[in-house]
Ligand binder design. Structure first.
Ligand SMILES: NC(=O)c1ccc[n+]([C@@H]2O[C@H](COP(=O)([O-])OP(=O)(O)OC[C@H]3O[C@@H](n4cnc5c(N)ncnc54)[C@H](OP(=O)(O)O)[C@@H]3O)[C@@H](O)[C@H]2O)c1
Length: 285
């Protein structure tokens, strides 16, 4: 076959100009069989990106254990997952508490008999100048955003090592690559998650486990809208993004599904950026 023939686009594939909405693209990209009957734990699932991940996972066939600290929040999301025809549990859990993490993992295993996917998504951000940041807020930041990833990965990893299969996806941030003025503790915690992802990806490859990260750029979630409270603030934040808008939570969830799918079997220790474009130093406008 000539290289031109190899590059030719099969007629059945949609052209970019034919695609219409993002929903249409999703239909082309994933199906209800993409993660059929896989058992997934999603942390921070009560709202925002975590909720979108839980629901989009259900649409591609996964059963979902949704956890965050608020039982009412995860119960609501578990109900939405069931309405999509999949099994679900809502379990209250603080990701920084090892006993609660172990309980989620034990309940998931008891209920479903296996764990195929862990999405470490729980996290929060604080704005503070480092010179003013109290020690306890630094500790709390690392506890949720980094130690929580360690605790869940360790507890689920032990199950996956026994299974000799599994996928872990960590939700990091562009801040973990570039740093962030005013959010140094957050950026440091996310950079730690990136390093943990690379290390575990290499370490657990021999067990058939992949460990990757998805790094969102600014995404319109409840957590972000608490900080950017006005349309003017959102417009300002959007102007900073090369694609000139915030992400929708589902757009982050689709990247998680790709990394969690068989299509990404040869990918581990990597970070997939879904950022609206990298920030560059020089602007033309
Ligand atoms: N939105 C963005 O622009 C953006 C950009 C880059 C990266 N990210 C990352 O994406 C992830 C989700 O962000 P988001 O914007 O969707 O956040 P969000 O709207 O603030 O939601 C955070 C979720 O995490 C849960 N959570 C917080 N602390 C927890 C803890 N200690 N234990 C268990 N669950 C906890 C919250 O539920 P409870 O209150 O019930 O615990 C909630 O479900 C975070 O890791 C964030 O750093 C977000």
């Amino acid at each position: 076959m000539t290289s031109a023939a190899r590059r030719a686009r099969p007629e059945s594939l949609p052209r970019a100009s034919d695609r219409g909405t993002c929903g249409d693209v999703l239909q082309h990209a994933f199906s209800a069989d993409t993660l059929r009957d896989r058992v997934a734990i999603v942390t921070g699932a009560s709202q925002g990106i975590g909720r979108a991940i839980a629901l989009e996972l259900a649409k591609v066939g996964a059963d979902v254990v949704a956890c965050s600290r608020r039982q009412s929040g995860v119960d609501a999301v578990a109900g939405e997952v069931r309405a999509l025809g999949r099994c679900a549990l809502g379990v209250a859990c603080d990701v920084g508490d090892a006993a609660q993490v172990d309980e989620v993992v034990a309940r998931t295993h008891a209920e479903f008999g296996r764990i195929d996917l862990l999405v470490n998504n729980a996290g929060y951000r604080i704005r503070a100048r480092l010179e003013d940041l109290p020690r306890d807020e630094w500790d709390a930041m690392l506890r949720t955003n980094l130690t929580g990833v360690f605790l869940f990965s360790q507890a689920v990893g032990r199950v996956m090592i026994r299974q000799h299969s599994g996928k872990i996806v960590n939700v990091t941030s562009v801040a973990g690559r570039s740093g962030s003025r005013g959010m140094a503790a957050y950026a440091a915690a996310k950079a730690g998650v990136t390093a943990l992802t690379q290390s575990l990806g290499a370490e657990w490859a021999k067990y058939g486990i992949t460990v990757n990260a998805v790094a969102p750029g600014p995404t319109e979630t409840e957590g972000v809208l608490e900080v950017w409270k006005t349309p003017a603030m959102i417009a300002q934040a959007s102007r900073e993004v090369p694609l000139q808008r915030l992400a929708r939570p589902e757009e982050i969830a689709w990247a998680v599904i790709f990394v969690a799918s068989d299509a990404a079997d040869f990918m581990t220790g990597e970070t997939l950026y879904v950022s609206g474009g990298p920030r560059v130093a020089n602007r033309e406008d």
